[in-house]
Ligand binder design. Sequence first.
Ligand SMILES: [Zn+2]
Length: 251
Amino acid sequence: MMDHAPESAHFRRLEDHVFLAERGGPPPLNVGLILGEDAAVLIDPGPAGGDHTALLAAVRELSSAELIVVNTHGHPDHVGANDFLRRQGVHRILAHADAGVETATDLVAAEPVTLPLGGGVEVVLEHLGRGHTQGDLVVGVRAEGSTGVMFCGDLVREGDDPEFHDSYPKEWVRALGRLWSMAGSYSRFVPGHGHEVDADFIASMRRRMQQGYNVSSQAIRESVNDATKAIPIVPYGPGESRELITRLRGR
Ligand SMILES: [Zn+2]
């Protein structure tokens, strides 16, 4: 008998070439895996702690192709495992230039980057402007017969409030509008945390954030010294409402 069970890593299939695993938490992180014939992309491998050997073994059970890591942004619960993977021979890690990911080898800026993975599978990395952080990427998967899966990182949050602490709320609303407008090419949206959502969810998240931005901005204009009085009318829980106001007031 072992003292503690090792972390299990299980990828479930979303579509032919697209897999999803949950790591850590609560709330657990969504880790994406896209398989082509020549290369595989692992999206947000997870925090620094945890059993990365199990994660890598689960990837290798599905594919022995070259492994490329993509980070949706620089928060530690998404990028902490990069280090381990580099030591295990992963030599390409892509992140946005402003995401502050020290382990990244390839930086993405304004221009979208397409990674052809072989066998007609393609992954497109795109920066929709600042939002959850100053360096968010969304990661779209295109393949024959696929309805299009989009990995949204923490730009989209299901099951809990969005996290505003180092966000750009006004630009985030705009980024969600851009994401929603991609619904013609992508029908499935996977948030950084929480369950898969559809385009309607993105639209309602955008509306709510616009409303939160409006009431917070108005409260700041009307009472600069105590805008936190607006917390009850901001459409989020008290913690994130306070973060939103703090973020807007500081700018
Ligand atoms: Zn985050």
